[in-house]
Write a protein that binds this ligand. Structure first.
Ligand SMILES: [Zn+2]
Length: 388
């Protein structure tokens, strides 16, 4: 097999493109490209097995590293389905270690294994957590969104684990509700406060000193501040805002809400919502899963939700942890990962000629590096694809 064909398939996969994307590109350029049959042959024979092997080795290293640490572990978890809405065929549940931001476990679930697509997240998390606990890891805290099935699972099956809610998700949900209220007639002034309110929730969690009573009191103080009242009394105790003295100009320019106005009443109902107040008790450690969201965006590049993928390629999309590690730890880019896998011993073993592949890839890279645009036109051309 030509090294250029191999490099072409790897480059296509690692650029997050599909065969059709690149084939269309070359068609417009009036240049030959590797055939579809050959592309998928190389993908299934060499690329996917290599990714699987490398992925397993990488995850074993991560696990070994975690086992070597004696400090209790905080994990951030979230599920990602393969399609928008509630018709997912696959769900990938990922756990990221908070301190290192390394993906420590990825669990793939198919909808045929669950009663509904919604149940897949719970099943994925349970399997992932059981697998990590079976390794003897001391998991102290798990951070997730507020999905009812997940909170019930952690409460019933893993009562010793501290379940914290992701502040980022709660702020996101709150913003959505505020924007929805602000679109109603007579409540437009709420839109002016949306950002300040979500920032306030973030600040309350960050500086509550892990004390839920302080967190709740500060959160509810919002209802005083937003009406222009910065000092107030509760049960004989006097409290005040933490922002210091406002200037006359600040007071005049701010659109304070009027007590008893429709927007104030709607906001009060939202701020004092019983389930939100109860859930603040599980937000005292100020944990958020922003890094996990970024990681899911990396995966999205390789397995967009609008396209259908086979089981094998969904598994291969788990190579996200490799990409993630490359970016985070080593400063590598995708091309470096590609090179690592191209020249990796797995491919070499399969081709029975590692040295030859390495030389071919190296030669190809030298040629491309020295070539001008016309010379590069041979990529995927008949000469390069002579073994088809
Ligand atoms: Zn105030």
């Amino acid at each position: 097999m030509s090294a250029m064909n191999l490099a072409t398939v790897v480059a296509t996969i690692y650029s997050g493109a599909t065969y059709t994307d690149i084939a269309d590109f070359f068609k417009i350029m009036d240049t030959n490209y590797i055939s579809e049959r050959r592309f998928y042959d190389i993908q299934s024979q060499y690329i996917l097995p290599t990714i699987a092997t490398y992925y397993e080795e990488h995850m074993e290293d991560v696990l070994r590293e975690m086992k070597g640490q004696c400090k209790p572990i905080t994990l951030m978890g979230d599920g990602r389905s393969d399609s928008p809405g509630f018709s997912a065929k696959y769900m990938v549940y990922s756990f990221m270690k908070e301190k290192t931001e390394k993906i420590v476990h990825v669990q793939l679930v198919q909808n045929t294994e669950c009663s509904s697509s919604v149940a897949m997240e719970k099943v994925g998390m349970e399997r992932a957590l059981d697998a990590l606990l079976a390794q003897g890891l001391s998991i102290e805290t798990v951070v997730t969104d507020r999905a009812p099935s997940i909170r019930k699972l952690l409460k019933d099956k893993y009562p010793s684990i501290n379940h914290q809610f992701d502040v980022w998700h709660v702020c996101k949900g709150l913003k959505k509700k505020l924007v929805s209220l602000g679109k109603k007639k007579g409540m437009e002034d709420l839109l002016l406060w949306t950002r300040s309110i979500t920032n306030h929730l973030w600040w309350c969690c960050q500086y509550c000193g892990q004390d839920s009573s302080v967190l709740k009191r500060r959160w509810l103080s919002l209802l005083h501040h937003i009406t222009g009242e910065h000092e107030w009394t509760v049960d004989g105790e006097t409290y005040s805002c933490s922002h210091g003295t406002l200037t006359g100009d600040q007071c005049l320019r701010t659109i304070w809400l009027q007590c008893g106005s429709p927007s104030f009443k709607a906001l009060k109902s939202l701020i004092e919502n019983k389930s939100l107040i109860r859930d603040l008790e599980q937000m005292t450690l100020f944990k958020h899963t922003g890094s996990l969201e970024v990681y899911h965006n990396v995966i999205l590049k390789f397995a967009p939700k609008r396209l259908h993928f086979t089981y094998d390629t969904i598994v291969a999309a788990q190579t996200g942890p490799l990409q993630w590690r490359a970016r985070q730890d080593l400063g590598w880019n995708a091309a470096d990962v590609m090179e690592l896998q191209l020249i990796g011993r797995e491919i070499g073993d399969r081709l029975k000629n590692t040295g030859s592949v390495r030389r071919q890839v190296s030669n190809v890279r030298d040629e491309v590096g020295d070539a001008d645009a016309d010379e590069m036109g041979y990529v995927g051309g008949r000469d390069a694809c002579s073994d088809q």
